[in-house]
Design a protein around this ligand. Structure first.
Ligand code: RAM
Length: 361
């Protein structure tokens, strides 16, 4: 995986194949199969896009993260709210304190009653939020999924942090290299229903099927539910069950920080390789004390900023969510909507002892 550069921020249409597989993996029965059909299911998107329409003033945006006490989600939402101020709108963050499947439903219903212009949601379950989100779209409230997608007919856009296939495969590639492609490995994930983690894990499993990983065995996928204590305990449980474990991939910022904390104070420190997705500010001390060598992420603040501008472009009629439409995301520049309404922020960055001090989020 390459370090991200400015060019890498543009939406990547070539990720289309990966995207369709990811969506196939997460789609519910009844999810529309082609963009024409899903377009018709999106109430309020029948109007034609007017690329020259100015961003409307006074737009009201609501961010609904997986859970409000997740520092990663907070970074996204605060940046999205700040971006709304740039174009004369307002934003707020509301949401549950746990990331369980149906925890977001009542919040969506309230946001509909409040007549928000757009709801941005990091879905805890691809389907549980669908009913209320479809109601929102019927009332011409724009729906933008970010971080963790809904089924594709339940939103107009999905703002993805990076290509899902790249994220999943690269984590296995990095770990494989670190452990010499040999030994037992485990995954410490978030919740069992999380669309983003489940999509990444499917790609991890595909990568592991390649011949070079024949001596690596995935022994368990554990779930810490994006709760710090549960993730800590799950790591402890993994080490008790598989004392000869060679590596753990935790594709969640909550999980990797808790796993690092456990390993850091245990006899496994330096013996088990930990990799995954984390924020530099949470992981810095574990890089410095030698608990892990590297991890990856994108810039969550840019994800929030991009989501905010995308929602404003939808609510202003600049775009409808159709493939090929373009919009400007303030200082990040122009993005193009890919297949199935997906917009990709860019490429992930790999953080290690050499570069971690250049990042502050
Ligand atoms: C956690 C959440 C989020 C995911 C990051 C990497 O904060 O599960 O959805 O994108 O990790």
């Amino acid at each position: 995986m390459m370090l991200r550069n400015a060019a890498g921020r543009r939406a990547v249409a070539s990720a289309a194949a990966a995207v369709s597989l990811a969506l196939a993996l997460t789609a519910c029965s009844g999810t529309t199969k082609d963009s024409e059909e899903s377009g018709s299911a999106k109430a309020g998107s029948s109007a034609k896009a007017d690329p020259d329409a100015p961003l409307k003033k006074g737009l009201k945006l609501a961010f609904l993260p997986k859970q409000i006490n997740n520092p990663y989600e907070k970074l996204i939402d605060e940046a999205g709210i700040a971006a709304a101020k740039e174009y004369g709108g307002t934003g707020k963050e509301v949401g549950p304190s746990d990331a369980s499947a149906s925890s977001q439903v009542s919040y969506i219903n309230t946001l509909i009653q409040q007549r928000q212009d757009a709801i941005l949601v990091a879905a805890n379950d691809p389907n549980a939020v669908c009913g209320p989100l479809k109601q929102a779209m019927k009332k011409d409230i724009k729906v933008v999924a970010y971080d963790s997608d809904t089924a594709k007919d339940c939103r107009q856009l999905f703002i993805n942090q990076a290509g899902s296939e790249e994220i999943g495969r690269s984590l296995v590639q990095h770990l494989g290299e670190q452990i010499g492609y040999k030994g037992k490995v485990a995954i410490l994930s978030a919740t069992q229903n999380a669309t983003n983690q489940n999509t990444w894990i499917e790609y991890m499993k595909q990568e592991l099927k390649l011949p070079k990983y024949k001596d690596m065995e995935l022994v368990k996928v554990a779930y810490g539910d994006d709760a710090d204590q549960k993730s800590f305990q799950q790591t402890q449980g993994l080490m008790q069950a598989y004392p000869d474990l060679k590596g753990i991939i935790s594709p969640t910022t909550v999980g990797i920080a808790a796993a690092a904390r456990y390993l850091s104070d245990s006899s496994y420190k330096g013996k088990v390789v930990l990799n995954g997705l984390g924020t530099p500010n949470q992981m810095r001390k574990y890089i410095k004390n030698g608990t892990l060598e590297q991890f990856s992420l994108w810039n969550p603040e840019e994800l929030g900023y991009l989501g905010s501008y995308a929602a404003a472009a939808l609510a202003s009629g600049q775009i409808t969510g159709a493939e090929g439409e373009k919009f400007k995301a303030g200082k990040l520049g122009e993005y193009t909507i890919g297949k199935d309404g997906e917009v990709i922020l860019g490429e992930p960055t790999v953080f290690d002892a050499k570069n971690i001090d250049s990042f502050d989020f």
